[in-house]
Ligand binder design. Sequence first.
Ligand SMILES: O=P(O)(O)O[C@H]1O[C@H](CO)[C@@H](O)[C@H]1O
Ligand SMILES: [Mn+2]
Ligand SMILES: [Mn+2]
Length: 413
Amino acid sequence: MARAFVFVLDSFGIGGAADAAQFGDEGANTFGHIADACRAGLADRPGLRAGPLHVPHMASLGLGEAARVATGYTFEAGHGSLLPFAFHGAAQEISSGKDTPSGHWEIAGLPLRFGWGRFPDTVPAFPAALTKAMIREGHVPGILGNRHADGTTIIEQFGAEHIATGKPICYTSVDSVLQIAAHEEHFGLERLYGFCKVVRRLCDPLKIGRVIARPFLGEAPGTFTRTPGRRDYSVSPPEPTLLDRITEAGGRVLAIGKIGDIFAHRGVTKLRKAAGNMAMFDQALAAMDEAGDGDFVFANFVDFDTEFGHRRDTPGYAAALEAFDRRVPEALARLKTGDLFLLTADHGNDPTWRGTDHTRERIPLMGMAPGLAGGSVGLRPTFSDIGETVARHLGTAPGKYGTSFYREIGGHA
Ligand SMILES: O=P(O)(O)O[C@H]1O[C@H](CO)[C@@H](O)[C@H]1O
Ligand SMILES: [Mn+2]
Ligand SMILES: [Mn+2]
């Protein structure tokens, strides 16, 4: 009996990326800077949290060791004893992007080293021909925004004009994205999704990774809030991923949250969605209960990134980590001999960093495989080592990139 469970804490980077300077991110360290801020009393928020970062369960899986491997960072609260069978390390990204699809595709054995299109940080950001086609083929009276922006700021700025004119708010970031914010009721949710599908098609030749629907509610600045109706329209991975390989071999891929969208629903047997990390955790546990021999549970916890990393909210991020950590024992309690469980991330989003974009960082590897020896897996040169390890564990054919660390943790060669 072999089952594999990979939970991605979206944006929980651990610093130390060798190429961080190329992204303007030298020194960024999502985990390290959150832990530092907490220790210094800078991440206290009445009614939410206070004091040093309290994540004892992730520490017992090796979060402190992962940080040491990634950057030499010392996590003082991470000196508790490690659980038996725990394994830990860190991984470097080789994909050219520091975004969600790049990170997840690389984890799933498909690094993309070039090829994403991006929009320049100018106003307008979108080529005139694209804007014209969006208006004509999407049947809208025009577009607002047309720039790099933070998603909550731009709805404050253009929300009222959007309601008055019916022009959707279109914006982008350093990532390969075109995001579209529109009012769920005045513009209409289904109409927004329909418009996104048109824009998705128009963005294909430009190699834009994702078109993202960002519905919101509220009637005036100060009351605008984004709803859980977000939907990502991703390009399909250009080559087979671990998900395809597992399903072709007869295993099931039980996906949680954004995983379906990230892989354009390819290789996903069953998708469970929920709003919020805690509801998502419930879904992940339900998938663990459902998983059988040869199955892979792949979960994404997006709140870390969307609610706290991009919002540069350090106390919020710390509280979300602590809430997640409190639930880790529920997952560990479900593990049986033959299971492989791993907590990791897809990129960084240091809430203490400048701007509102992701940060290029290494990712933590913290896991457990009952029955296998565990221990350090060191610094892995690509996130694809995760996918190869899962493949090796489940007996799935290897991919083209990465090396399994299955042997290091005591599994058969
Ligand atoms: O500011 P918001 O709208 O959350 O945007 C963020 O969300 C996008 C997708 O993760 C990123 O590219 C980043 O720009
Ligand atoms: Mn992400
Ligand atoms: Mn993000």
